[in-house]
Design a binder for this molecule. Structure first.
Ligand code: NAD
Ligand code: MG
Length: 389
């Protein structure tokens, strides 16, 4: 029997993870969490009967405790509850579907407890990649990517012949990007775009934050940094190509110029399932790729003049230390301000750049330094808002 904990069970990744688990034999949902969506968490708890659930928001946790009083399910609360859930003795695998740096502390707890991590929460590696990867090594935790591009690279690297020659044999990683809803637009035409327009992703249905990140190309920037940590690659060897169809999920170029890619219909359930079953594969239906109807596959360069966030992410990654945390924290705050109609679409990149310019980097930060840099960046962006308005 496999026991799985789903952090962020009520989000896009979390709901799809439970759909995957439901179809698997010998797999049980052991723990589930939400920030405050207790109606959905109650339904999930009644259906999957986990040992424990966690509601981060205390008042919502109290409400759910009453609703679930007739069951055996234990309701935890707050960030301590989330850590307890992530460390859960009985679970062997933790799928990290929390959005934002809020996923860092529970993910690190699961890593230190030696779990297999199905990593969806990319902000964990963007902000604390050095710490998380070295702790995973020390504690014997396996990190299997769920992000579709990174799962594709992980699968493509399986064809590598000699692990000792990894650095020489793997020349570069090529991340594909859909380009988002505004691909091909000039900067001027993005003045005044609405959140409704930005939330219309051409190929994927995801949470609001990552959908806005896809529209600004910050998502690809975060993925470049995520790939650098996951696959020990200098950022000069992590490239981005716009591929509008989201069929080629990403590729690896080897030193003899062989390129190995993973292709498939855009469906997160495959990378989620693979993170659970790896190294085995399990049958899946409904996601077959039909080569005769998927149309031509195209590849183009990303426009980093218009979509500044992608180049800001490379800059932050090359500076290192706390700078990627500041990029991420400023972006999280800016996206939330944009979704609340407080700033314009193009101002997201502007405030992120301002925060990076103002930040004094700590070169080898501790986890505490990282959390402080995150708070500093958010505060900075809220301050910049007063100057804009
Ligand atoms: P979502 O907004 O749909 O869901 C987020 C989940 O996190 C919810 O369950 C919510 O209750 C919980 N949450 C929110 N704030 C929290 C907090 N402060 N503390 C604890 N829990 C909190 O997001 P999503 O689209 O499922 O994305 C989740 C993560 O997976 C993100 O890091 C995203 O970048 C990554 N990811 C998502 C997709 C996708 O298809 N959705 C693909 C690749 C990577
Ligand atoms: Mg992705």
């Amino acid at each position: 029997m496999r026991h799985i904990t789903v952090l962020g069970a009520t989000g896009s990744i979390g709901v799809q993870t439970l759909e995957v688990i439901e179809k698997m034999e010998g797999v049980r949902a052991e723990g589930l969490s939400t920030y405050s969506k207790i109606e959905l968490l109650e339904q999930q708890a009644r259906k999957f009967r986990p040992k424990k659930v966690c509601v981060v928001s205390e008042p919502h946790a109290k409400e759910l405790k009453i609703k679930l009083a007739d069951t055996e399910v234990k309701v935890l609360s707050g960030s301590e509850g989330l850590v307890e859930l992530a460390e859960g003795e009985k679970s062997d695998t933790v799928i990290t579907g929390i959005v934002g740096i809020a996923g860092l502390v529970p993910t690190l707890a699961a890593v230190r407890a030696g779990k297999r991590i199905g990593l969806a929460n990319k902000e964990t590696l963007v902000t604390a990649g050095d710490i998380v990867m070295s702790e995973a090594k020390r504690c014997g935790a396996q990190i299997i990517p769920v992000d579709s591009e990174h799962s594709a690279i992980f699968q493509s690297l399986a064809a590598r012949v000699n692990p000792k020659e990894y650095d020489r044999e793997v020349s570069e990683i090529i991340l594909t990007a859909s380009g988002g809803p505004f691909f091909g637009h000039a900067r001027e035409s993005l003045l005044g775009v609405t959140k409704e327009q930005a939330l219309k992703h051409p190929n994927w249905s995801m949470g609001a934050k990552i959908t806005i990140d896809s529209a600004t190309l910050m998502n690809k920037g975060l993925e470049v940094l995520e790939a650098g940590h996951l696959f020990s690659m200098p950022l000069s060897r992590v490239k981005v190509l716009v591929h509008r169809q989201s069929i080629v999920h990403s590729m690896v170029r080897f030193c003899d110029n062989a390129v190995i890619a993973q292709l498939g219909a855009p469906d997160m359930k495959l990378p989620i399932q693979y993170a659970i079953t790896y190294p085995a594969r399990m049958e899946m239906t409904g996601n077959e790729l039909d080569f005769l109807s998927c149309g031509p596959l195209t590849f183009e360069e990303a426009d980093t003049e218009t979509f500044r966030c992608l180049s800001l992410a490379y800059q932050a990654g090359n500076i290192g230390g706390t700078m990627p945390t500041v990029l991420n924290g400023a972006n999280e705050e800016a996206v939330s301000l944009f979704l609340n109609d407080k700033i314009e679409f193009l101002e997201i990149a502007e405030v992120v750049e301002q925060a990076m310019d103002a930040h004094k980097t700590i070169a080898s930060p501790s986890a505490r330094d990282i959390l402080e840099a995150d708070l500093w960046a958010r505060e900075y962006v809220r301050g910049a808002l007063h100057k804009i308005k």
